[in-house]
Design a binder for this molecule. Structure first.
Ligand code: PLP
Length: 487
């Protein structure tokens, strides 16, 4: 493809993307294809000779789009949102146009310097204290691919610091704490690193958040048996219910016990951009006690996948753990200690130029634009939660958390006479009914044995009418499921 062809095809691609968005609401939310659909439609090997680009672009429409679930659809309420904005798309395009592996400052100074600047912007936006900024503190922010990568990197740094301080300890005795509600990232990090993961209990009374007394007890038990707890993955906004671990209680305990506290705020962290959500998120205690913090702007933060923002209180903890510099990676700026080389803050060497996405988004929306998006999502989730609360057929399983409502079919007056198993199968039947539809999507969860449905708001185009329509669909499905159950 030459420059003029790229110009023409580029314009056409933007037109096609605009058409997709203009017609988004008329599309099914969920891809209506069966497993293996694509292999039947494409050749089993790459073409020997190059094909005309218009045929390739046409096949994106013909073969790929039908297999795409539209996460930007206004009736997408599953998982957590995965926002995409036009600003983010254009930023990705610009980033691709200057593709480089960005591992050292010298690879392309702008990539590194923009990342440091924009991560300081983001820290200030969320209210993370100066300790986490590159300008002013000993800490700093780095963009990782995912919250799982961020947690892994934090745990690698914590492990390295712990083993340096306790050279006689065997890594097989190291324990990572999380809770039964921690995302798979805690157990996965343990699996990858050959460490132990202990999922601590949470209690419904405290909205499924970790309590200090539980943590304290676990530390004593583990130390008694010769184990070495060294890290706690605390969560701000768990995946199941949006629970928040009780930082005021656990903070002093991790400090006293010398544990590294990593705060996984993959979804809810961006809500800290609104000052009114900071107290309930225990931001003060995060600033006081967390060693690292992560939130995915690519979830609810208007930034296209991938942009997992991770901050550490002490950046030397990352470089001490991850700096491996063979001669071919040395540069005079690095040798002089004048620059950041982000390869030493992450697992891989090469990295995408992702800060440009956040830069474009934050400049185009401004802090107020992001706040409006967050507040609107939460207000819409409240509307849904109110529908549930007012219904005689449904109940909220936990109080609404940010823009997430967790609920179930619970015919009031009768449900208390049903066993948990019966209520679970009733709700599974409801979920299957909703899951069979193409015009709305939500996901399920298991809350310590209780089957629940999750309704997560956060797509940029969701308006009040979509919530009302969703409630109409869900409540009708509830009436039907309950009638079928009774028949
Ligand atoms: N942590 C929480 C609380 C999440 O909800 C999720 C995903 O939804 C993750 C971590 C995993 O994020 P990632 O896919 O970026 O690893």
């Amino acid at each position: 493809m030459d420059i003029e062809q790229f110009r023409r095809e580029g314009y056409k691609a933007i037109d096609a993307i605009c058409d997709y968005y203009a017609g988004l609401e008329q599309r099914p939310v969920v891809a209506q294809v069966e497993p293996g659909y694509l292999a039947k439609l494409v050749p089993d090997q790459a073409p020997l000779k190059g094909e005309p680009f218009n045929a390739i672009a046409a096949d994106f429409q013909r073969l790929i789009l039908p297999g795409i679930t539209s996460w930007q659809h206004p009736s997408f309420f599953a998982y957590f949102p995965s926002n995409a904005t036009f600003e983010g798309m254009l930023a990705d395009l610009y980033a691709s146009s200057v593709t480089n592996p960005g591992f050292n400052w010298a690879c392309s100074p702008a990539c590194t310097e923009l990342e440091s600047v924009v991560m300081d912007w983001a820290a200030k936006l969320l209210g993370l204290g100066e300790a986490f900024w590159v300008q002013g503190g000993l800490g700093g922010g780095v963009i990782q691919t995912s919250a799982s990568d961020s947690a892994l990197v934090a745990i690698v740094a914590a492990r390295s610091a712990y083993l340096r301080a306790h050279p006689d300890v065997s890594p097989s005795d190291l324990v990572i704490y999380g809770t039964t509600q921690t995302h798979s990232l805690g157990a996965k990090a343990a699996l990858i690193l050959g460490l132990n993961f202990r999922a601590l209990d949470v209690h419904p009374t405290f909205q499924y958040g970790l309590r200090g007394s539980t943590l304290q007890k676990a530390i004593l038990e583990d130390k008694d048996t010769g184990k070495h707890p060294f890290v706690l993955v605390a969560t701000l906004g768990t995946t199941s219910t949006g629970a928040i671990d009780r930082m005021p209680e656990i903070g002093p305990i991790v400090q006293e016990a010398g544990l590294w506290m990593h705060v996984d705020a993959a979804w809810a962290g961006v809500a800290l951009s609104c000052p009114e959500f900071r107290d309930r998120s225990f931001l003060k205690y995060i600033n006081e006690f967390a060693d690292s913090f992560c939130t995915n702007f690519h979830k609810w933060g208007l930034t296209n996948f991938d942009l997992s923002a991770m901050w550490v209180r002490d950046r030397t903890q990352l470089t001490d753990a991850l700096d491996v510099t063979p001669a071919f990676l040395r540069t005079k700026q690095s040798d002089a200690g004048m620059v950041i080389d982000y390869r030493n803050w992450q697992l891989s060497l090469g990295r995408k130029f992702r800060s440009i996405k956040l830069w474009f988004v934050l400049r185009s929306y401004g802090i107020e634009g992001l706040q409006t998006h967050i507040r609107k999502s939460i207000a819409l989730a409240t509307l849904f939660a109110d529908f549930v609360g007012d219904s005689s057929l449904f109940e909220l399983c936990t109080p609404q958390s940010f823009a997430l409502a967790v609920f179930r079919l619970y015919p009031k007056g009768i449900a208390s006479m049903l066993k948990q198993d019966e209520l679970n199968s009733l709700n599974r039947a409801l979920f299957q009914k909703i899951a069979a539809r193409s015009d709305i999507t939500l996901t399920q969860t298991d809350l310590l044995g209780t089957f629940c449905l999750r309704f997560a708001v956060g797509a940029q185009r969701t308006e009040e009418r979509h919530i009302r329509k969703a409630w109409e669909i869900i409540s009708a499905a509830g009436v039907e499921t309950w009638a079928e159950w009774q028949a």
